[in-house]
Design a protein around this ligand. Structure first.
Ligand SMILES: [Zn+2]
Length: 244
């Protein structure tokens, strides 16, 4: 029984006391929205990306100590949409950490209420430290001689708005040169403990897979993250580097 459910243009979400479920949306749902046809046609692999995340969660749980939602199950709904059910991980997104003073350690930084830049800075510094000392070393353990994950290649989110080709072939190398990457590692996908402002969990692994080390990009603030989408020269070069 869901306690809360909501949708974005791409996905539907259901939160229950112990679980979190996301599902892809059907063509009908896209077309019912203004400009939905554009989104339906440009955001590809609606089924595959859900399966890709399920595979990533299982792999990460088995072979790393990265805090992630626990995989429960994955399957197809009667309407053809795919769902992925995970354990629920409460907290706030890093991008929300400065919306109010969270009083980490009991210290209030602003007396009048409202946004707290100090809390945002603390959360960003904690996230940066977590990425450098936990996430990247753990991801670096996972290497492959093939791009993508299990025969399916979904490049990072910041690449797909610029390079809209309909299919990416797997590239095979003579050695394990490809490293596991998150593929959408920005402040919306780092879930934080609202009291300590430490990272609790890394979410949304739809774009995960094995890629050259140059694909291992991240940012802890929105501006820097969005700049990845605009660096077309780098995107162009990285995209060429994974063509077989
Ligand atoms: Zn504060």
């Amino acid at each position: 029984m869901a306690t809360q459910s909501w949708t974005t243009i791409h996905s539907g979400y259901e939160l229950s006391p112990y679980t979190f479920k996301k599902r892809s949306r059907t063509a009908t749902e896209y077309y019912a929205q203004p400009c939905g046809d554009v989104w339906f046609n440009t955001r590809r692999w609606k089924t595959e990306r859900v399966i890709n995340e399920a595979k990533a969660l299982k792999l990460l749980a088995e072979r790393t100590r990265i805090p992630i939602p626990q995989f429960i199950r994955c399957g197809q709904n009667d309407d053809g949409s795919m769902f992925l059910e995970m354990s629920r991980v409460d907290g706030i997104d890093l991008s929300e950490a400065g919306k109010e003073c969270r009083k980490p350690g009991g210290v209030r930084h602003n007396s009048g209420g409202g946004e707290c830049n100090k809390c945002m800075d603390i959360a960003k510094a904690n996230a940066e430290h977590f990425i450098q000392t936990v996430l990247l070393p753990e991801l670096a353990k996972l290497r492959s001689n093939k791009t993508g994950l299990d025969g399916f290649v979904l490049p990072p989110a910041w690449m797909l708005e610029y390079d809209t080709r309909p299919h990416w072939d797997t590239k095979t190398s003579s050695y394990n040169e490809f490293v596991f990457t998150h593929g959408d590692l920005g402040p919306d996908n780092l879930r934080m403990d609202p009291n300590t402002l430490m990272v609790k969990c890394v979410i949304d692994w739809e774009h995960a897979g094995y890629f050259p080390p140059g694909f291992q990009k991240w940012a802890v603030d929105d501006g820097t993250y969005h700049a990845l989408y605009e660096d077309h020269q780098t995107i162009f070069e990285l995209a060429r580097s994974i063509e077989p």
